[in-house]
Design a protein around this ligand. Sequence first.
Ligand code: PMP
Length: 349
Amino acid sequence: MNIENLVRKNILKLKPYTSARESHLNGILLDANENSLGSVVEFDELKLNRYPDPNQNAIRESLSKLISIPKENLFFGVGSDEIIELLVKIFCNPREDEAIVCEPTYGMYKVCCDINDIEVKNVPLDSNFDIDLISAKNSVTEKTKIVFLCSPNNPTGNLLSKEKIFELTNSVNSIVVVDEAYIDFANDDGLIKEAIQIPNLVVTRTFSKAWGLAGIRCGYAVANEVIIKLLFKVKSPYNINKLTSNFILKALNNKSKHDLFVNEIISERKRIENELKNISLVINVLPSDSNFISFKVEKPKEVFSFLESKGIIIRDRSNQFNFSGYLRVSIGTKEENDEFLKQLKNFKG
Ligand code: PMP
């Protein structure tokens, strides 16, 4: 498959932003209209008066070592949300092209398409919240540029079948994005190894969940080099700032803390899953491969408001297409989880 045939014509002509800094890292730096005197607020030795590296070299190298994926196949975004937005920008012509979203799923795919005036075709997930291959394939037209998948899926919590994903990448002439924001909580390697081989597969991941770094806004994409180069063409010149890069480097050197978080969250997830099953107002608990659990109740709005009145904020997903009656709760600390369960048991409907 020639990916360039899927790219918007104006994007193909673009050149990535270049700065004079690439070949001159030291010296008298009078090329970028910075403040040579220093910065009003200093942070470590980061020289915050100077722009960050537009090529994201240090963090790409460090991540490359940790996940054994070549640096050339990695791209960092301001959250994985930025990568989703950039992919829509690269592949979808406004008012012409289409994208496929499999509901119920993460809302940003549709939001990005709506902002860019891209028609979204909704292919409901099947009764196990897996891909409905026949409907998905039937919904693809020659205008379909991106199929968005989320595995483990938010808000259903489950991994999608890899066989079905490969069936799609093989049979459709569009980009297949697999959002693996929650993969760290699943007992599964995900699809990053495949993403560097399969020309139309892009995997996105994030530091916002298992790494506990939602506040620094950082995610990454793994894909073949053609797609990575396209992402570099359309990103803003210095999308990853020095503070974020610095924290990412520190985080990548502390993978054991990530692993501790993941183990504790998974163990709490199992406990909450079991406890929810024993609460009479809970009709169904979805098994989860992520750091949240969705559960079905008779009166979701009332349960949500009751918990809210007790200072416990969960997510009401009961209005979402194909997900009527479901609430979603993130796994918190043991104490937070205890309080959630205690108050849920107190609900008198
Ligand atoms: N993908 C999914 C499935 C999510 O649920 C979220 C956040 N809730 C994101 C991506 C956003 O991740 P980031 O913070 O990296 O933008």
